[in-house]
Write a protein that binds this ligand. Structure first.
Ligand code: NAD
Length: 478
């Protein structure tokens, strides 16, 4: 296996060296091939996502197929502009000159992806990598086997198999791939494996983009709201938490910060809206994804086993191991030192944090007990934790908005909605600190897989006199 992998990678490098992938016609053909794959295999894709995750096909189109089509159309439309050299100015010492930034592909790219958006997280990086003219290996996640197998078996019919390959497998195959030299690795997954990727990549000085996870906070500022707007806000919170892969999304709302006096109103509204979306018996609902596998089901169940955490459940909490179903669940003030509040949840459990902040956390954040009575104190709370991939705030308070943008650090900030930033190809998608390194989506994907080579051209006609010695007449009298 290892020997074959080595041979395949060597052949791909050879193919890249021949230069085919750099031509605009090759890039266009691959992008169009991907569009055809999405169009012709749409039903198979929906079926695979349903088999792997119980994803409804509306959700699958909204979060994966539809977004991929949009990205492909953008890349096809803007490819020539992206590929064009950009003019740059040289300083006056370089008289009669011309300079430019010439976009150059990086070479051979490795994409290792996660299981929660198995199509999107494999193909979105691929779009950027082929638009930029690279050869690419994709290793999808073994935890979404139907999607991984569809990619491995169907994609070769649409793409240049000399330069683009899907290699299936789990961590062992991932490790084998990492033993080879790549010109860039884009990894989507956990911070734990992200560290492994980075240290393996360092051996060859390979640059990495790490799309990681973490705990994304949402702030709900109820003070200045009218009832209607609160319903809209809470509808969006519920939709973002439970309606995108049942909370198994890196930019899902991990926990909600609410001022204590409003928490019971918020919980009542949430209960009503969850019922509206998923009915009286959500177990029967086809609108909520299932947990990816038994391991993750038990991990989520474990988060609730601590009696102190269990006592905080105010809604939901039921589970069915056979169908890997977990009911949309709300908790109020689980202990901040519990795994629920220290680990990424990645599932349909939503803790609401109000004013009850235990002493251990206060030391770090500099708050004193009960200070989350004021929504502004959430800034200190957020800053006491690792930098998240996304920060959400539902508020009309413009001062708070400005403070959140300028006083906190996160991959993205979204006001009065959540998750929509993922769909924007005009915004860079990526984390900071523990939540990741680098960015992609839209033109940012092209840039992620491109080296902007500095090219300077000069005329041989003339030079400024001070460029070269002698400068004997210009002695400084000291
Ligand atoms: P993971 O880190 O366990 O696995 C990710 C990928 O790495 C898989 O393809 C897996 O086979 C591979 N892998 C695992 N161990 C490896 C090793 N030792 N060497 C090489 N490859 C290895 O993560 P996961 O369970 O697939 O995904 C969940 C995590 O991913 C969460 O933290 C989530 O927040 C994050 N995530 C981030 C984004 C994002 O865009 N930022 C998107 C989805 C998920």
């Amino acid at each position: 296996m290892e020997k074959d992998l080595g041979k395949e990678i060597m052949q791909m490098r050879e193919c890249y060296r021949k230069g085919n992938t750099k031509h605009v016609t090759w890039r266009r053909a691959q992008l169009k091939g991907l569009l055809s794959f999405l169009a012709e295999k749409e039903v198979e894709i929906f079926r695979a996502l349903n088999l792997d995750l119980g994803k409804n096909y509306v959700e699958a189109f909204r979060d994966e197929v539809g977004l991929l089509k949009k990205s492909l159309n953008l890349a096809l439309k803007d490819l020539k502009t992206w590929m064009a050299s950009k003019e740059a100015k040289l300083p006056s010492i370089a008289l009669l000159s011309y300079a430019e930034l010439v976009p150059e592909p990086l070479g051979l790219i490795l994409v290792i992806s996660s299981w929660n958006f198995p199509m999107g997280l494999s193909l979105e990086p691929l779009i950027g990598a082929i638009a930029a003219g690279n050869a690419v290996v994709i290793k999808p996640s073994e935890l979404a086997p139907a999607s991984s197998s569809l990619l491995a078996n169907a994609l070769p019919n649409y793409l240049d198999t000399q330069a683009i390959k899907v290699i299936e497998g789990g961590p062992a195959v991932g490790q084998q791939l990492l033993h080879h030299k790549w010109d860039k690795i884009l990894f989507t997954g956990s911070p734990k494996v992200g560290r492994i990727i980075m240290s393996e990549a360092a051996k060859n000085l390979t640059p990495v983009t790490l799309e990681l996870g973490g705990k994304c906070p949402a702030i709900l500022d109820s003070l200045s709201w009218s009832w209607d707007k609160e319903v809209v806000a809470i509808n969006r919170i519920i939709g973002a938490k439970y309606g995108s892969c049942a909370g198994q999304a890196c930019i899902s709302i991990d926990y909600l910060l609410v001022e204590k006096p409003f928490s019971s109103t918020v919980v009542e509204l949430m209960k009503a809206l969850i019922k509206k979306m998923y009915g009286d018996n959500p177990r029967e609902s086809h609108s909520i994804s299932r947990i990816i596998n038994k391991h993750h089901f038990l991990r989520l169940k474990d988060l609730l086993t601590d009696q102190k955490v269990k006592d905080c459940i105010v809604y939901g909490g039921s589970m069915d191991e056979d169908s890997l179903f977990i009911e949309p669940t709300i908790l109020v003030d689980p202990p901040l030192e519990s795994a629920m509040m220290t680990e990424e949840i990645f599932g349909p459990l939503l803790p609401i944090i109000t004013g009850a902040i235990p002493f251990s956390c206060l030391e770090k954040s500099g708050l004193s007990s009960g200070q989350l009575d004021k929504i502004e104190d959430s800034i200190d709370f957020i800053n006491s934790r690792p930098k998240p991939l996304a920060l959400y705030a539902f508020t009309k308070n413009e001062v708070l908005k400005e403070r959140l943008v300028s006083e906190t650090s996160s991959g993205s900030v979204v006001f009065n909605d959540a998750i929509i930033q993922f769909a924007a190809d005009t915004l860079p998608f990526g984390g900071i600190g523990e939540s990741g390194i680098g960015k992609y989506h839209g033109k940012f994907s092209f840039d992620t897989f491109t080296h902007y080579k500095a090219v300077a051209r000069r005329s041989l006609l003339t030079d400024l006199w001070y460029r070269f010695p002698p400068w004997n007449n210009y002695k400084l009298e000291l």
